[in-house]
Design a protein around this ligand. Structure first.
Ligand SMILES: [Zn+2]
Length: 630
């Protein structure tokens, strides 16, 4: 009720900040009877899944000899197991999402924190309980697998299981798989956790906004890299690197252990065919090596475009070259040069940008706001950042952000609503077919940002506004055409070297310096030799080569956007059809079917780069005009 009152108030006033969301459509509260009922329903589901998992696990050893006729009873059990595990996963997902939402809006909620801890434990148990299901279906003969897909509700699992089956040659014997999985928590994943705990407690000495020096945590120091004052950015960058250098041997140990573990595991799995260090990332991202090569080739031939963006940015700051502390800098003097955009007005702009693609997309933005599915307040205790989340039981998406009226926050709002639109487009698709890879995850969000950018640019009334918009485009060009590829360069050089022994901090710094030289060339005054230690992405145990999907997503989404003109009024239908298939097709098939594009060839990627080129040229012209004025 309070939320409804807030919404009515924010609609009536011209508030800058965003509204409160209303998640009571999912559960009234964590202590409510509804939440408790779902929790105990999940607990009994988990118990029966653990029994089913134990029974299936007992058959895993002989999975290669399963026969659809002789093992018809087991086949039916597996079908029911799959459907039951999907429902349990959805219920747990909704309970977890609710607890996370409560915690995001109020980090001090002890009940939500305790519940989240309990649910994380359940999540690990659920994963262990259903593991035998995929193990059996990965190793069974084709005829048995086909018969499984004909069981009621089981066809939805065909795509994800087929991907796993492609990998069957790399499976180990069951006891070895179990040993690896159980040791990874305190071995492999512990290295990633060590990085988090070291960086979480790091103190950096930096120049403070009000003058003088202060000691701050890494997150706060990193936020200074986005300040308009160059001396604050440089001081933050130096303070961060000095603090990191104290732990350099530990950070090097983390990188060596993660890549060493992956290498050893790959060697174990190479009994039938050799495993390459990129295989895991390609599989997770559902793309082929040919696609990655085509993308990287076009990035390499386009890196000069990213460097041009950096040079024009430097010119606007009145320096010959930007420093490594400047790559996240805002447009000079952008701070405060524009009035804050009140939330309702901002939402109206986003709505028009969406509606320019199709009226139904504009209506979607209205529906999200009207049903209280946007959190945008400015208040103490809220977690920083922005995200879109979906409740798997109701399939309703919610958007979380903190909105103060800046242009970048408006862009974030459009971005997160793009994720929500993606969810909405998939709402009637089984959960098992709606899990999309990182390469495709940013399609709808980047698309929405592009649509917003185009609308704002066409309606800008001053050169200052145009410059601010173009600055953001230039920053994207430099990030995706130069910075992300430099990260990939570092990782591949390091992985190439790893089998001959661990690399110390000096060597890692040297590899990073070479990688930056290769991509940034002469466009910066110095290279960031500590980037291997400061960038969290290199230290994640959950995914290897975590970086290239960002450049893929950016250029892929631009490629989708570019089809707007070619397809005219038929575009929106193809766009929605593409989004709906992102969880049940590999990227190559998706692009071929819905865009008529072959992403294993450079042509598709070059078309996207041409759009970026237009944006960089626009930025250069505006920067030139500004300089001749000044
Ligand atoms: Zn996103």
């Amino acid at each position: 009720m309070t939320n409804n009152a807030n919404r009515a108030a924010s609609a009536a006033c011209d508030c800058i900040e965003g509204p409160a969301w209303d998640i009571t459509s999912e559960y009234p509260s964590i202590s409510s009877a509804e939440y408790r009922a779902d929790l105990s329903a999940f607990e009994s589901e988990l118990a029966s899944l653990e029994a089913l998992g134990a029974a299936a696990g007992a058959r895993a050893e002989g999975a290669a000899a399963l026969d659809p006729a002789a093992d018809a009873g087991f086949l039916r059990e597996l079908g029911a197991f799959a459907v039951a595990s999907d429902l349990a996963r959805a219920r747990l997902g909704s309970l977890q999402t609710y607890a996370r939402c409560v915690l995001s809006a109020d980090g001090s909620d002890a009940e939500a924190a305790a519940t989240r801890g309990l649910l994380d434990g359940y999540s690990a148990r659920l994963g262990a309980a259903v593991a035998p299901l995929s193990l059996v279906l990965k190793q069974c003969p084709e005829a048995f697998f086909e018969a499984f897909c004909l069981e009621p509700g089981a066809d939805a699992f065909r795509f994800s299981l087929s991907l796993e089956r492609k990998d069957a040659a790399r499976a180990l014997a069951l006891p070895a798989e179990r040993a690896l999985a159980s040791m990874a928590a305190s071995g492999f994943h512990a290295w990633g956790a060590l990085y988090d705990s070291l960086t979480g407690t790091l103190r950096c000495r930096v120049r403070s906004v009000g003058g003088g020096e202060e000691s701050v945590g890494l997150a706060k120091a990193a936020s200074l890299l986005k300040r308009p004052e160059p001396e604050l950015r440089e001081s933050a960058w130096r303070g961060i690197n000095a603090a990191l250098s104290v732990h350099r041997h530990s950070f090097a140990a983390v990188l060596n252990a993660l890549s060493g573990w992956r290498g050893s595991e790959g060697a174990l799995r190479s009994h039938a065919e050799p495993v390459h260090y990129l295989d895991g990332a390609l599989r997770q991202n559902r793309i082929s090596k040919a696609t990655l090569d085509a993308l990287l080739g076009v990035l390499k031939e386009s890196r000069e475009l990213g460097r041009r963006a950096l040079r024009a940015q430097a010119a606007l700051y009145g320096v010959e070259r930007l420093g490594p502390w400047d790559i996240l800098a805002p447009a000079p003097a952008a701070d405060g040069s524009r009035d804050a955009i009140p939330f309702e007005r901002g939402l109206g702009i986003v709505r028009r940008a969406y509606a320019s693609v199709d009226p139904s997309m504009g209506a979607f933005v209205d529906a999200m706001a009207a049903s209280g599915r946007i959190e945008g307040r400015v208040k103490d205790g809220k977690r920083p950042g922005a995200y879109c989340t979906e409740f798997p039981l109701s399939r309703r998406p919610f958007v979380y952000t903190t909105y103060r009226g800046s242009l970048s926050e408006l862009s974030t709002l459009a971005h997160e609503l793009g994720h929500a639109y993606h969810c909405e487009a998939m709402r009637d698709i089984p959960l098992a077919e709606s899990d999309y890879p990182m390469t495709l995850a940013e399609t709808a969000s980047t698309f929405a940002e592009t649509a917003l950018g185009e609308l704002l640019a066409s309606e800008a009334t001053s050169d200052a506004e145009r410059l601010e918009l173009a600055w953001a485009d230039a920053q994207d060009a430099a990030t995706f055409l130069v910075n992300i590829p430099a990260r990939f360069e570092f990782e591949s050089r390091f992985y190439e070297r790893r089998p001959s022994g661990p690399s110390g901090p000096d060597e890692l710094g040297a590899i990073m310096r070479d990688a930056w030289a290769e991509w940034y060339g002469d466009s910066l005054s110095a290279y960031d030799e500590w980037y291997w230690a400061s960038k969290l992405h290199f230290h994640k145990s959950g995914a290897s080569f975590y970086n290239f999907p960002y450049s893929f997503g950016y250029l892929f989404s631009l490629g989708v956007y570019a089809r707007r003109e070619a397809l005219g009024p038929g575009f929106h239908r193809s766009y929605v059809a593409l989004l709906r298939d992102t969880g049940r097709m590999e990227a190559e098939e998706l692009a071929a079917r819905h865009l008529g594009a072959d992403i294993t060839k450079p042509g598709f990627w070059r078309d996207s780069v041409r759009i970026v080129e237009g944006k960089v040229e626009r930025f250069e012209a505006l920067a030139m005009a500004r300089r001749s004025e000044g």
